[in-house]
Design a protein around this ligand. Structure first.
Ligand code: 5BU
Length: 259
């Protein structure tokens, strides 16, 4: 059990927290040490682009989020190198597989196939649409499995409603031995020792032409109590990825410190 009850602002560097999950503890330590609440959505298409991006932004991030199945030249060497880079720059790897099937299938997707996600991902993302057994199914594969449960989507006209989100928050709180946080927009975490992570963050754009909706780091961290901002194109498509990552990191961290 946690040793103290803390406010929603407990992710600040000065606070000492005993997290229930090792990965949550590690994440908090990385955030403190590197002074960052920035996760990069590394949605690039080749190994070369991925490692180039990591070398540009590695010092600015606490999490690198992958969609491993969009990398054209994926191979086992990518995983070996990715793990080395995670160690070198001190970040966690989150695979955004958005598991969403029956228990038996998600177990196979998590551990098998080409990607063997369970072997290398520190954190995985899961939908709650199939019910809470998905949490048990994933945790049964790997004892220290750390899940971010998807409570809300950033895209326009998605079908998630308030009742659905409410259930997700309930399950996240109940299963805090494996769920380290939620992916959400407006929903508020009902647990002081989990992380609220928010994608759909951009300093320049309000949307793309395929339904994505953006808000600023100041808005989601300052007003929506997000702990970690997830930024993709705002950084990897920038002319200078390093400068862009520094700008998002500063905006995110300043907002966290001043809320
Ligand atoms: P962008 O380039 O900053 O728009 O990328 C956002 C990333 O976050 C991308 O990898 C999406 O798959 C991911 N994402 C999202 O955009 N919105 C959501 O609600 C969820 C994930 Br959940």
């Amino acid at each position: 059990m946690q040793s103290e009850t803390l406010s929603m602002n407990s992710k600040l560097p000065s606070k000492k927290i005993n997290y229930k999950h090792d990965v949550a503890q590690k994440l908090h330590a990385i955030m403190q040490k590197k002074q960052t609440n920035l996760a990069i959505a590394a949605d690039v298409r080749t190994k070369k682009e991925l490692f180039n991006l990591i070398d540009n932004v590695g010092n600015e991030i606490c999490i690198l989020k992958t969609h491993i199945d969009i990398i054209d030249d994926f191979d086992q060497d990518l995983i070996v190198q990715l793990k080395q880079k995670a160690k070198e720059y001190n970040f966690l790897i989150c695979e955004d597989r958005k598991f969403a099937d029956i228990g038996s299938t998600v177990q196979a997707q998590y551990t098998g196939g080409v990607y063997h996600i369970a072997d290398w991902a520190d954190i995985i993302i899961a939908h709650a649409i199939a019910g809470p057994t998905i949490i048990k199914a994933l945790s049964d594969c790997k004892k220290d499995c750390a899940i971010l449960l998807l409570a809300e989507l950033s895209c326009a006209d998605n079908l998630i409603d308030a009742t659905y989100t409410h259930k997700v928050l309930e399950w996240a709180k109940k299963h805090d031995d494996s769920i380290i946080g939620i992916i959400a927009q407006n929903a508020q975490l009902d647990h002081p020792h989990q992380f609220k992570c928010t994608p759909g963050v951009n300093l320049q754009q309000a949307s793309d032409n395929l339904g994505q909706q953006y808000r600023t780091p100041e808005h989601v961290v300052g007003k929506k109590m997000t702990d970690i901002i997830i930024v993709g194109r705002g950084i990897y498509k920038a002319e200078n990825q390093k400068c862009a990552a520094q700008a998002y990191r500063k905006a995110g961290w300043d907002a966290l410190e001043s809320r």
